[in-house]
Design a protein around this ligand. Sequence first.
Ligand code: GRF
Length: 223
Amino acid sequence: MGAAALTPGPVGSLSGVAPIGSPARLVVLVSGAGTNLQALLDAGSDPSYGARVVAVGADRDGIEGLARAHRAGLPTFVHRVSDHGTRAEWDAALTASCRSHDPDLVVLAGFMKLVGTEFLAAFEGRCVNTHPALSPSFPGVRGPADALDYGVKVTGATLFVVDDGVDTGPIVAQAVVPVEDDDDVSRLHERIKVAERAMLVANVGRMAREGYTVIDRKVRFGL
Ligand code: GRF
């Protein structure tokens, strides 16, 4: 199982990652612990998964996510916004590094930066992000805290195709996590992450093996 480059369809439609016999190439971007990355690394060690991580990028040094990539023997790259004159230059460098690994899918797995216009143009329809809340509720970096503060009884995680908004892209999958009376942000987020990793692995695998379309915001597996 594997992947072909995404072929843009009619306006409002995108299709991608069709099986052609070799595993889909994943470039994963991280900013922290990298447990979602690790889940993808572990899944990809089984050839039947249909996708494997080929490179890992980050927006900062010294994070466990990069250490996980090094232990897996993978190439890594780091682009810190502060090392570039403008945000657009940072985005161009990030785009070039991702492109150099010829990904079928770019996975933002705890990547704490918004990608820019060049990146979006390069990987339109071929970039997914995982967010620790049930979209469209609680976008942004405080998803678990905002859900807890609001007093919701369920929250969870959302896998979506990246667009130019903040956690607004077409939804691939969601996982529901009940909020418990004695939760604090860290306890809740850790439980969300357990569900999030399973959701990420299951659905990236399906995207790679089955292909998918995005039409009028509806993401469906199969081409
Ligand atoms: C995940 O919950 C992700 O959705 C959020 O930050 C967390 C990253 O976890 N943006 P990890 O680095 O994959 O362990």
